[in-house]
Structures are given as structure tokens and as C-alpha cells.
Design a binder for this molecule. Sequence first.
Ligand code: ZN
Length: 374
Amino acid sequence: MAASSSIDNELIPLNTQRLLDSFIEILSVDSYWGNEHRVVELIQPRLEALDVTCSQDAIGNLIGRWPANGKNSAPIMLNAHMDTVQPTPKMCPVVKPDAIYSDGSSVLGADDKAGVAAIVEAVATVHEAGLPHGPIDLVFTVGEEVGQFGADAFDPNDIEARVGLVLDGGGPVGEIVSQQAGSYSFTATFHGKAAHAGIEAADGISAIAMLARAIDHMPLGQIDELTVANVGVVSGGQAANIVPPEATLVGQARGLDQTALDRQVATMQQAAEDAAAAFGGQVEIEKTCRFKATSFSPDHPAIQLADTAVRATGLTPSHMPTFGGSDAQNFNEKGIQTAMLGSGYLNVHSVSESMPHKALHQLTQITIQTILNA
Ligand SMILES: [Zn+2]
């Protein structure tokens, strides 16, 4: 992270054909959650040929230790996830002049195989150029899209680095995610009293009425620039002629400011308790803070690492917040201070997903510069 020599800032020519071939090969396997071993089988032999020592943990994360070569710097972590969303019936990437697309029957899977391919190619490029670098920990996670299962199970003691970059930001290449929203899950189960809705309606207490009142009194949606909240599932009741004794709502809140986020969840809880009391019923609340909001200042080591690499690539870094979930949240929680690099993929989580060639090249160059400047 110190000022690097002028040699380090020379862009090393990429083997763009090899990068493309490798990317296509990785894209061509279906590696939805549970099938990430297909990516491991492709990249582990390549990494081992580059002197990276590889192992897998119990859940299937691929962990690579690349020892220092002539440079005594603190270890850093580079991460990308090997799984994709569905649909993935058969993966047939199509190379067009501007970008790589799927054939329209599946997602492309550049989210996050662009990150995987960029890391592998960056290691190969630096290795072949024989340039000095410090120790690098590579972590390729499983199950990110289904709920960050791999990063959640990851043991930080399996690596040495305590600063890292995740190549999985949804923005353009050069963008750096410096603020990650905290998140709460929120469930309220209302208890009323069942009764025949025709002949003894006055004896019943409707849990659905409580639920409706509660939602009506909850601030939801985009609360302000820092906070969002949602009720995503409601359930309850048995039949039209029974006053419903139970109803449940499942929601969440996310926020870039932890104090405002805590306040939002307290407001949701109060709305639920007030609604239950107003109808003479009860409510059970379950709220869990899944992640704390994190915010890195411009001089934070992870931001410096990313800024330096982006600038060395000839781009101008920009710092952005995200409300999205990512493996970076888990790494941060486990003591590995992690920012995210914009990966440049487009229309992700759809069959029109694409990865521009230029973005793939730039992402790989930024990864090379991260390795050289760490
Ligand atoms: Zn992703």
C-alpha cells in the first residue's frame, strides 16, 4: 500500500485469449449451490501449477495460499464466489464482439465467475512475469447466492490475511463498495382467539386484523437514504368462517447507519405490540441482527488497497454504499476487513446477463495491481 515503484505501475500485458478461454470454461459448468466442485476441478490444478497450495474446508470453499515471492508485505485476501443463481439448465456462453452472453436459456454466471477468472488469471500473469509479491490468500466460496453459506461457515483461522477484497460488487469496474448495510430479520407472530365467524363473532379476536394494523403502522420501503425495510411474507387463518387465532409476518430491515437501523426495528416492534394490544391479543417478536453496518473511511487499509490498484490500472476509483448482501459482510464479521470491487457484469440474475470484454480485462488488471501493490 506504500507508494510503489514505477515498474509496478506499468500495466503488464494480459494474455486476453487465455483469460477468455478460462472464463468460458468456468462459465460452461453448472455450479449452482451444491455443484461448485465443478469449478474447483477446473481452477485447483491451474492454481497448483502456479505454486498456490490449495485445500477445501468442510463446506467446500476452496482456499489457496500463495506464498510471498521476494516481497515482505502483510498478507491480503482475494475472494470470489463459485456458485451462480439459476436457471442453469445447460450453460452455453456466447462470445460476441462487445461481451460474453448466455444463449438465453440460462444465466451467464459472470456473477461471480468473472471474479473467479480474474483472480486465477491475475495469479498466472504475476507468476509468469516473475514480479515480486507478498503472501496472498485466495478464498473461493460456495453458496453465496443462496445465503452466503460458504462465507458463513468459513473459518478465518484458515487464512492469515486480515484485510481483503471481494470481487463481486454489482457496479462498474473501478467502483469500490466502502459501506455495507447492516441487516435484521424480523418476524411477528400474532395470537388472537378462534371463534365461529357467523354465530359467535363477538367472542373472536382476529390475529389477521392485528397483523394488518401492525403493517399499516410500520414505516416500510425506502425509509430514507440510509434505511430500507420490507414485509415479504404474511400468513395466517384457516377458513372464511373462522376468526383467525394466529397470523405471522416475516420482514427485514437494512441500514447503512446502525443506530438508525436499530431504531427502525424498534419502530416495527412497537407497531406490532401496539396492534396486538389494541385488539386484546398477543404478539411474539423474533428479531435477529444478521450483520452490523460497516463503513470504511478513505484511509482504511482495504480502501487504500483497492484505490491504489484501480488508479494503477488507469481508472478513477469511486466509493459507493450497498444495501445488497455479500460474502464481504461475513468476512468483516469474522475480523477480515473487506471491501468490494465493482465487477462490471451487467443484468445479473437474469438470462440476459453479460460480461463486457473490457470489464473482464480491467477487473483482471485491477487484481494484478492489487497483488503487486499490496
Ligand atoms: Zn455475486
